[in-house]
Design a protein around this ligand. Sequence first.
Ligand code: SAH
Length: 635
Amino acid sequence: MLGAYLSSAPFICEIGTLMKSIAAIALTPNATKTLQPICSNIGAQLWIPETITNIAQAQTYRGDLKTHVASLWDSQEAIVFCLATGAVVRLIAPLLQHKSTDPAVIVVDETGKFVISLCSGHQGGADKLATLIAQLIGATPVLTGVSSSLGLPAVDMLGVPFGWRRGEGDWTGVSAVVARGKPVQVIQEAGSNLWQTTYSFKDSPTPQAKIYITARNVEAKNWGEGTRSPKLFKRELDYPQIQWHPRVLWVGVGCERGTPKETIASAIKKVFLEHQLAENAIAAITTIDLKADEIGLLELCQEQDLPLITFTKEALSAITVPNPSQVVEAEVGTPSVAEAAAMIAANSQTLLVTKQIFKSVGAVTIAIAQSAQEYTGRTGKLLLVGTGPGQLDQITPASQKAIAEADVVIGYSLYIDLIAPLLQKEQIIEAMPITQERQRAERAIELANWGLTVAVVSSGDSGIYGMAGIVMEQLQAANWDGKTPSVQLFPGISALQAAASRVGTPLMHDFCAISLSDLLTPWKTIEKRLIAAAQADFITALYNPKSQTRTQQLATATTIFLKYRDANTPVAIVRSAYRPDEQITLTTLDKLLDTTVDMLTTVLIGNQTTRTHNNWMITPRGYLGFGDPNALNMS
Ligand code: SAH
């Protein structure tokens, strides 16, 4: 069934944004069949040998597989093999370099039962990709990393959602201490502490490993210059340590026209070394707009994957800096470039390092300011996900994939509990009480604006009395440009479909949904719509029919319907559809109020032709001459 779904309705691929280049390799027609739907869904290029012909979307390679894999190795972020694990191991063995640079390697068995994350599990994203592919084809993901087997989040993933960069350190050593459940000390000097919602380390006065979260280069301090040897480091401290670098340092740069990249880079290096700062903690290079085309700066930014942020002379001269210069003012119209630019970009009143001047080939001025919040370097995404009525298998694969991909999952605690098996251990989960829709939406937008991928989950369909509405309204109110953060909606099975499916085909003719909640809609409006629906003979699904304090509305709605419809009109009262406490009552309009109804219930009122048959509710479409044949379009 899943296979049929995949081939008939490929959904937009979120892995495509996670990874830009994925190659898949099949050697047999069966393996090709297994990989094809995966490739079309994750945007992977399928490679097959010349001996297999007539495969749509596949490219053939010439020569032997070993050479072909070697040619793909450096350019691909992931390679998915559908072939024996042993063969894959032999193929990739000579190519492996380091888990931080090797592509993620995935093996899928020919029958599509297992998806193995073979190497570059965390850092290369193989675990995540294997999990997503497994979800896609209904297979079992096989993850064998230590933290996977212990159900612990991995230390080398801790800062990834916030765009932190990994510094030097003994990453394997620290991971091993965590995996053994030994105490670890975390020293955080910069960056968000949101990671604490997912990670908790055993603390003790005698820790066996240290994790620094810092803009400093801690190793440089401990080792001292000229002694940068891991051996010495280990002897001195006898336990492993690592450093994560939140990107909080904004480097203001002023330079003479034509100053080469090397001069600027070496000036930055010197300042960072002298102040024991980590270059991995750089958020951006910032300067005056006159320098937006300065070749040396542009080359440096490109090489180090840093943004170049520029300000006008007016903006720069509005800042009070420690070291203004009349010479600079005479030249470019502001008394400070480096210091002022760093302070504006970091949104800080102070500097971490005041202006330093370097002269060699060209001349460059460097100043550094630190921001309170780190720059993530990522473009945020809001995934507005409908999770269906409750049971996991009623959630679409696309929604499941969206949930798996998110850094943060936000939702009403009941719905978060219902999807618990889909959540990943590194994900930040923010479950909130039912009444806090506004806060949930605000929080989601705030995190997405910061660069995180945020899934906002709603039961049923998120766009039907769900969280997608408030998120979109708030984005609009905040003058959202429609693109950043990006928004993607994932439809879900709404309560009216879920309820209908439990009792038959009540919605087979024109129908409508009316929410009886007058918290956000005036009762007069609801009443008007009830009358119109009853009059027009719409089958009607009543959402939010009754709460502890709101008890009158359902009685009024029933009275209205009784005016226009027969007392015997079939009514289905479905509570907690597809949940363990599901209750279904088939009754008639005149007895509707005899059944207990609450906020977990949907009421379906049939139209004039709806009938019951042996405990099934059937609204004729008109094929057998029932209903209103004139209204029916049989084409
Ligand atoms: N977005 C949801 C609706 C949220 S409004 C959807 O598309 O289904 C909340 C109302 O939905 C509840 O008061 C109830 O009327 C209905 N509802 C939600 N889940 C339900 C379920 N599992 N069974 C019956 N009704 C449900």
